[in-house]
Design a protein around this ligand. Structure first.
Ligand code: GLY
Length: 351
């Protein structure tokens, strides 16, 4: 088992992470446990967890409907209500068993219930393992804007067991892999060289790959938990990607976060090239690799219209000027201020 120390908690990775979880539960004296899951993790992951951590048989199960379209305040009200009706108190522990929607929403509920109770994350998707469950960002979408309402509130532990990935489709593995590509492009040139040589599906979720991606993210979060500077690098691909994701969700079109981020990384790399942050060769390398893994996104005028609306509502906008986190040659990052509307439109036209 690998243990990565974060600011106030540790991330345990490997099949022995269940042992670490048992040790944690034995040491703490929680008054009650509340386990938040969705219909998929209820069916495919919960039995394995309960078998390996029998103490959690005491937990009250709160099952939510899966999907980004349920990551909103009404679902939080449902969970706050269930906690209240079941007598949860300051000493209760929330256990989030699921992907990014569950870990983001469950963390947000924990951070606000009675002004904050403890929670832990047991991520079951690659996306949540390498990104969402680590770093203390919690939140929900609001008025179509991704993660618009949220808190920075750290878990008491993150328990990553790659066994859960065996329950995922290849599409969902690719979904999480986009965050691995992102972290390589902004934080580790050697990692980029390593991953771009392999695009076979098993490689997408080797334990070493997960460990390294978490190490890279964790190193950034430890330096800048509240996203004053360095942590903004983790938004590479997200300014445009979130806008695409919100637009397609609004139009009831099927899109996964990682697919939108893959598109966002291509558009933002074109912009990085325009600002001479990466070379033409690097741009081609990035685009060819991403295009070899993700399907091309079809953009009609309606999608584009919504995308621009969302880009300008994006939380990273400061004083009317757009700031993007861009690679500064592959494996490094720099914030680029003053990106113009026309530059984004031109980049999308080149896609
Ligand atoms: N997912 C980006 C961050 O944690 O900052």
């Amino acid at each position: 088992m690998s243990i990565i120390k974060s600011t106030t908690y540790s991330v345990y990775i490997g099949d022995k992470s269940f042992d670490a979880l048992n040790n944690f539960l034995k040491k703490k004296t929680y008054s009650s446990y509340f386990l938040i899951c969705d219909e998929h993790t209820f069916q495919y992951c919960l039995p394995n967890l309960l078998f390996n951590c029998p103490i959690l048989n005491e937990a009250e199960i709160i099952e939510l409907e899966s999907g980004e379209q349920h990551k909103h305040l009404e679902t939080c009200i449902q969970v706050w209500g269930a906690l209240t009706d079941s007598g949860a108190d300051k000493k209760s522990l929330i256990i989030n068993l699921g992907g990014g929607v569950i870990t983001d929403l469950g963390g947000f509920v924990a951070s606000t219930f009675k002004r904050g109770i403890d929670f832990i994350n047991i991520p079951t998707t690659l996306l949540s393992m390498v990104d969402a469950s680590v770093g203390g960002k919690t939140g929900v979408d609001f008025e179509g804007i991704k993660n618009h309402i949220g808190t920075t509130y750290e878990p008491k532990g993150v328990y990553v067991n790659p066994v859960f990935l065996e329950t995922l489709s290849e599409r969902h593995i690719r979904n999480g892999y986009a965050e691995i590509i992102k972290i390589a492009l902004i934080a580790d040139p050697a990692f980029w060289n390593d991953i771009k040589q392999s695009s076979t599906t098993p490689h997408f979720y080797s334990e070493e790959l997960i460990i390294h991606a978490i190490e890279l993210k964790n190193a950034i979060v430890k330096k800048d938990l509240y996203e004053n500077d360095l942590r903004k690098s983790l938004n590479f691909g997200h300014s445009v990607g979130h806008a695409l994701e919100s637009s397609l969700l609004k139009l009831n079109k099927d899109i996964l976060h990682g697919e939108a981020i893959a598109f966002g990384m291509i558009i933002e790399s074109i912009i990085a090239y325009e600002f001479k942050r990466i070379t033409k060769k690097e741009l081609n390398e990035i685009c060819n690799y991403i295009n070899s893994i993700y399907p091309k996104i079809k953009l009609n005028n309606e999608v584009k219209k919504w995308m621009f609306e969302y880009i300008f509502h994006d939380k990273k906008n400061d004083n009317g000027s757009l700031n993007f986190a861009l690679p500064d040659s592959i494996g490094y990052y720099k914030l680029q201020a003053g990106i113009k509307d026309e530059q984004i439109k031109a980049a999308i036209a080149r896609y």
